[in-house]
Design a protein around this ligand. Structure first.
Ligand code: ATP
Ligand code: MG
Length: 337
């Protein structure tokens, strides 16, 4: 996947004024996503994933939040100076979004059809019969059985998985070029999770949209992501093509996250959780924020934030490991010899 990025974020920092004395919740984050590509943004609770997503959708309260970036560009448009009227066209239009809790995101007193119809009217100017037939088509596309019956249902009549499909249909109504999915399957049980992820994958193939998949669960990214960016305490600490990351994770935090990921084949297996928790923005220690939880940390880790070090098609932020990509293969060969 080559060509100009659709989303191009460089040096994004976000601080909430009220909390933590203005310490950044997101610190100098850079991300790119090309058309048709899936980038997974992963990390434990509180590392800044949703805050990043909200900034990309212009949903942070600008009176209480300081956002700065060297570049914040979507499809050539500078998002950092976009007036609210333009955001309203973009949001739910070229940038679609789905969240964790489908019930909270749906209006309980409006039928499913009406809510999708509103998105069609707002972003594509479709009304009346044209909107209704497009709504039926969208419901079919997201795999809702008997769309002609479901279109006039209220959200509470649908199961959690079906509601999430409705939200995906609403997002698709705007023909997004980028879909931001923040924990899209966390509220669903494991079988339904897999179905929703498979649906997102096939919709992406049909439409060519790019996907930013936000999750704390590395177990679900292998199925969908091309690249994975790992965040810790507001900073990106590793980013790699998905197979490289799974095969040869380099940052100690990534290694621990991978070891802690739930495996479908062993759902009841006890997870090796990472002891401790992500520090709140005001409580981040100097140097590498993961050092207090890192078994390999030494003095130099606490002195300064490790520089971003390119590694193959990605990079990482740790002083410890200086091997190049591919070295581990040679390691294995020499072990085998
Ligand atoms: N509106 C806010 N005001 C003050 N602090 C906030 C606000 N929103 C988030 N934070 C803080 O910013 C940090 C990052 O939060 P964020 O919700 O982005 O994390 P996350 O990675 O999405 O976590 P989770 O996996 O739990 O969804 C947290 O320490 C959180 O408490
Ligand atoms: Mg979140």
């Amino acid at each position: 996947m080559s060509g100009a990025p659709l989303l191009d974020v460089d040096g994004l920092s976000i601080a909430f004024d009220a909390a933590s004395g203005g310490a950044p919740a997101v610190d100098e984050l850079s991300l790119t996503i090309r058309p048709g590509e899936t980038l997974a943004l992963v990390g434990e609770s509180g590392c800044g994933k949703s805050t990043t997503a909200l900034a990309l959708m212009g949903l942070l309260d600008t009176r209480r939040t300081r956002v700065s970036a060297n570049r914040l560009s979507f499809d050539g448009t500078d998002l950092s100076r976009l007036p609210e009227a333009s955001w309203r066209r973009l949001r739910g239009g070229s940038i679609g979004m789905i969240f964790q809790d489908p019930l909270a995101a749906l209006n309980p007193v409006r039928t499913v059809g009406r809510q999708i119809g509103e998105a069609l009217s707002l972003h594509r100017g479709l009304t009346g019969r044209a909107a209704r037939s497009e709504t039926l088509e969208l419901l079919r596309q997201v795999g809702i059985p008997e769309p002609a019956r479901r279109i006039d249902d209220y959200p509470h009549r649908l199961s959690g998985g079906m509601r999430q499909r409705v939200l995906i249909a609403m997002a698709l109504a705007g023909q997004p070029r980028l879909l931001i999915a923040d924990e899209p399957t966390t509220a669903l049980d494991v079988t339904i999770q897999a179905q929703i992820l498979a649906l997102l994958g096939s919709l992406q193939q049909q439409t060519g949209m790019a996907l930013l998949l936000i999750t704390h669960d590395l177990g679900i990214v292998g199925q969908l992501a091309h690249r994975v960016a790992v965040m810790y305490a507001g900073r990106k600490i590793e980013e790699r093509p998905v197979h490289e990351l799974f095969d040869d994770p380099r940052h100690p935090y990534t290694q621990r996250l991978l070891a802690a990921r739930p495996r479908r084949s062993a759902a009841r297996e006890r997870l090796t959780e990472i002891p401790g928790a992500v520090p709140a923005p005001g409580a981040v220690a100097g140097g590498c924020a993961f050092a207090p939880r890192c078994e390999f940390a030494h003095a130099v880790c606490r002195d300064a934030v490790p520089a971003w070090r390119p590694l193959g098609e990605g990079g990482m932020r740790c002083v410890r490991d200086t091997r190049a990509v591919g070295d581990h293969v040679n390691d294995r060969r020499s072990h085998a010899a």
